[in-house]
Design a protein around this ligand. Structure first.
Ligand SMILES: Cc1cc2nc3c(=O)[nH]c(=O)nc-3n(C[C@H](O)[C@H](O)[C@H](O)COP(=O)(O)O)c2cc1C
Length: 200
């Protein structure tokens, strides 16, 4: 039985292209693994806070020295990380916002990038601690970034890949619905992206 974690980051609901693409990826995974269990982490319904000093201090305090407030902060962050640890398959809806990811997804990474949980350092440098997982990125954007002059503007897909690669998740497939603001392309971009979804 596969555990799927679906991370959602668009504040739009019905109008959201990344939710539609991410849901289509989930459906295809469920066709392949009918008994798969899906956990949704909707970052817009329960937003992860912007990092404050108390959070950072907690992340660098040994567990045995936690104050009650730090224990609570750790419990929250460790709970987010536990969902990642328990997942066999991770699907991230990653719409491009201002050339990068929505702030909700960035905040999520700030609470899940933790030494001893998702990565560690040893004499060889950093090492990811989340292994043997598959990542699917459901990327949507107004412009086109997979080719052409705007390729170098893409701080979304390479960033999400880098973060998960740092966590040890290196088996990645990216599905792109691009050109959603370009007449002539926008009409069919999402439909074509959904058709291109393959699950391995
Ligand atoms: C706040 C905001 C910022 C955006 N920034 C970009 C951008 O930098 N580049 C781009 O190609 N599209 C940009 N777009 C268009 C979105 O990437 C596109 O509408 C995508 O479908 C958004 O996903 P969603 O529908 O799931 O919210 C932006 C849209 C919004 C709402």
């Amino acid at each position: 039985m596969k555990n799927i974690l679906h991370i959602i980051s668009s504040p739009r609901m019905e109008a959201s292209a990344s939710r539609k693409l991410g849901n289509a990826v989930i459906e295809k995974i469920q066709e392949r693994y009918p008994d798969a269990v899906v956990t949704e982490r909707d970052l817009t319904k329960k937003p992860v806070p912007i990092l404050e000093e108390a959070h950072i201090n907690t992340f660098f305090t040994p567990t045995e020295n936690y104050s009650p407030e730090q224990a609570e902060i750790n419990e929250y962050s460790a709970g987010l990380i536990a969902e990642l640890q328990q997942a066999d398959i991770i699907v991230v809806d990653s719409p491009m916002y201002n050339f990068s990811v929505p702030a909700s997804l960035r905040a999520y990474f700030d609470f899940t990038s933790r030494a001893g949980y998702t990565f560690k350092y040893d004499e060889n440098g950093p090492k990811g601690l989340l292994n043997n997982k598959k990542l699917y990125i459901a990327f949507t954007s107004g412009n086109i970034y997979s080719e052409g002059p705007y390729q170098i503007y893409d701080s979304n897909v390479p960033y999400v890949k880098n973060i998960f690669g740092f966590y040890g998740v290196t088996n990645v497939s990216v599905f792109r619905a691009e050109g959603l603001s370009i007449p002539g392309i926008q009409e069919t971009a999402l439909e074509k992206a959904i058709e291109r979804i393959t699950i391995d």
